[in-house]
Design a protein around this ligand. Sequence first.
Ligand SMILES: *[C@@H]1O[C@H](CO)[C@@H](O)[C@H](O)[C@H]1NC(C)=O
Ligand SMILES: *[C@@H]1O[C@H](CO)[C@@H](O)[C@H](O)[C@H]1NC(C)=O
Ligand SMILES: *[C@@H]1O[C@H](CO)[C@@H](O)[C@H](O)[C@H]1NC(C)=O
Ligand SMILES: *[C@@H]1O[C@H](CO)[C@@H](O)[C@H](O)[C@H]1NC(C)=O
Ligand SMILES: *[C@@H]1O[C@H](CO)[C@@H](O)[C@H](O)[C@H]1NC(C)=O
Length: 333
Amino acid sequence: MNMYSYYFLTLAVLLRCFAYTQSVSHPGKCRLVFRSDEVQVICVSVNFKQLPSKAFPGNTTDLSVRFSNLSSITSDDLKILSHLRQLSLIRNQLRTLPADLLLGLSNLHVLDLTGNKLTALSSQVFHHSPLVELTLSDNLLSEIDADCLPVNNSLQRLDLSSNKFSQLPVAFLQRLNNLESLDLKNNQLEELTPGALTSLPKLEALYLENNRLKSLEASAFTGNPNLRQMFLSGNRLENLPAGIFLKQDELVFLDLRNNYLQNLTPGILDGRLYAVLSGNPWHCNSSLAYLWHWLRMNEKQKFHDDKITCQTPEHMKGRNITEIAATDLGIKD
Ligand SMILES: *[C@@H]1O[C@H](CO)[C@@H](O)[C@H](O)[C@H]1NC(C)=O
Ligand SMILES: *[C@@H]1O[C@H](CO)[C@@H](O)[C@H](O)[C@H]1NC(C)=O
Ligand SMILES: *[C@@H]1O[C@H](CO)[C@@H](O)[C@H](O)[C@H]1NC(C)=O
Ligand SMILES: *[C@@H]1O[C@H](CO)[C@@H](O)[C@H](O)[C@H]1NC(C)=O
Ligand SMILES: *[C@@H]1O[C@H](CO)[C@@H](O)[C@H](O)[C@H]1NC(C)=O
């Protein structure tokens, strides 16, 4: 270890001690970290029933209360923390949020409510803060009122994963013109309501894995020309309509693992850099020529452990598609 790293290590240890000795006067393990432009309060596994905001520094910019027992929260609990930029209340017992919750929090950009028991959201609940990132993962939501966010909002990242959506919250999504990342994995979506994604022109990442999607419309993603990554694994897709990714010049990563695909429509993967295709019941006859050619041409662009094998017909079962001779498939090389 050279002098410099020793010095920095010592400094880091000292700063940590300093941070710990500044613990707020509430019993339990809250940690306070002062930096030049931020004040963090981090409380993990403290048995709060209510947020003891008055015990926190008035200029707290980043508050995280995780694995606690908060069952309700009010606008008064937060109002005095008007410098908040990030608020995370991960793994609590929140069932509802009052409509005025964020009133006065005009600097709040990041809100994380992962792992609560929210079943519905009050209209206007996110109106008062300029949210850029909103995480509602692992709650009990099946719909979201369009008016939860104002028309001109600046939301860029929305995480609704691991909830109970069986349909997309169409009217709500239509307000999210600045959205870059939408996470809806681990829900119960059976279809993408036509037009639901059309007003997301900046969307770059779409997570739809582990739903129940059976089919997609050819026009499903026409409003999302900037998509770069799309995750569709763990659905029930039997085919992909021609032209479905025609507008996505930027699409470099496509995850289609563990669906019910027996074949791929010619053209679907043209221009794609990476595709993951294992766990599908490929039917190996001459109609598979497009996929066979694509795999040979793009040997490096699929993942090494990606097992792409025939399921049917019986005599081809288990064969690695890249290793099948053209004549066995009944096609020209
Ligand atoms: C926050 O308040 C404390 C105590 O008044 C002060 O020492 C610190 O500089 C302030 N920090 C910021 C980022 O405003
Ligand atoms: C939350 O409440 C439950 C049930 O009363 C209790 O078992 C658990 O220890 C509490 N959590 C914390 C972080 O104190
Ligand atoms: C939304 O923002 C744009 C540009 O900032 C502005 O022109 C427009 O009037 C706003 N619309 C509403 C409904 O606030
Ligand atoms: C390949 O198999 C599929 C599914 O059984 C069938 O629809 C298709 O017609 C076959 N292709 C050819 C060229 O026979
Ligand atoms: C399939 O064959 C290709 C080309 O021979 C090889 O690189 C790849 O490792 C094989 N995949 C499996 C899962 O055996």
